[in-house]
Design a protein around this ligand. Structure first.
Ligand code: TMP
Length: 219
């Protein structure tokens, strides 16, 4: 475990309503148009066990146990997701596009939950066992816009989930946490302006992929 795999691993990160899922679907189509195989997935989730953990966390039941227990549960889901889906896909040469990954834990549980950085780094290392993304696209957006978008896509009778329901200050801190991650790992992370129209954002994301992850087919 932990060895480099032949596929490419791209993660999408950002606050609520930034447009990650739409962008992920678009990028899947573009990579497939090059004749490459794509596994599109998300966190928390992506495997049956991880999807079950997702339901429990997003229902808010774990919140009372504090951010470290939430981090442990996101990590448990991630271990299963990596073992069952991500690593096998990369090993057979797929490009894996994942909506959220380690930076969500760093930002939501680490920066916002104030878990000690060294402890969270140890948990991350055990969880991913060397599987770092090749490229992380961070969708940066004013949280007032993102929360309004997230509210529009909710059904009228649907409640906010565990994290959407947090105050604006939480989401502003989250935005800064993502920008800090990007600044600390510039070779892995690219920040994209998610306030742009979806087509412009998609083109910027595609340019970043072509530049950072050249492949024979994409040349
Ligand atoms: P989403 O799939 O709608 O983005 O919902 C996932 C929520 O879970 C989102 O609010 C971010 C949060 N989250 C964490 O707090 N930590 C994590 O490690 C992950 C993957 C997600």
């Amino acid at each position: 475990m932990g060895a480099a795999a032949p596929g490419r691993f791209i993660t999408l990160e950002g606050g609520e309503g930034a447009g990650k899922s739409t962008l992920a679907r678009h990028l899947k189509d573009r990579v497939e148009a090059l004749g490459l195989r794509v596994t599109l997935t998300r966190e928390p989730g992506g495997s049956p066990k991880a999807e079950a953990i997702r339901e429990v966390i997003l229902s808010g039941q774990v919140k009372r146990h504090g951010p470290f227990v939430e981090a442990l549960m996101f990590s448990a889901a991630r271990i299963d997701h990596i073992d069952r889906l991500i690593r096998p896909a990369l090993e057979r040469g797929d490009w894996v596009i994942c909506d959220r990954f380690i930076d969500s834990t760093r930002a939501y549980q680490g920066a916002l939950g104030r878990i000690e950085a060294g402890l969270l780094a140890e948990l991350e290392a055990v969880t991913i066992d060397g599987l770092m993304p090749d490229l992380t696209l961070i969708l940066d957006l004013d949280p007032t816009i993102g929360l309004a978008r997230a509210a529009r896509r909710r059904a009228p009778d649907e409640a906010t989930d565990r994290f959407e329901g947090e105050a604006l200050a939480f989401h502003s801190t989250l935005r800064q946490a993502y920008l800090a991650i990007a600044a600390s790992e510039p070779s892995r992370c690219v920040v994209l302006d998610a306030a742009q129209p979806p087509a412009v954002l998609a083109q910027a994301a595609w340019s970043a992929i072509r530049e950072r992850l050249p492949s024979p087919q994409a040349a």
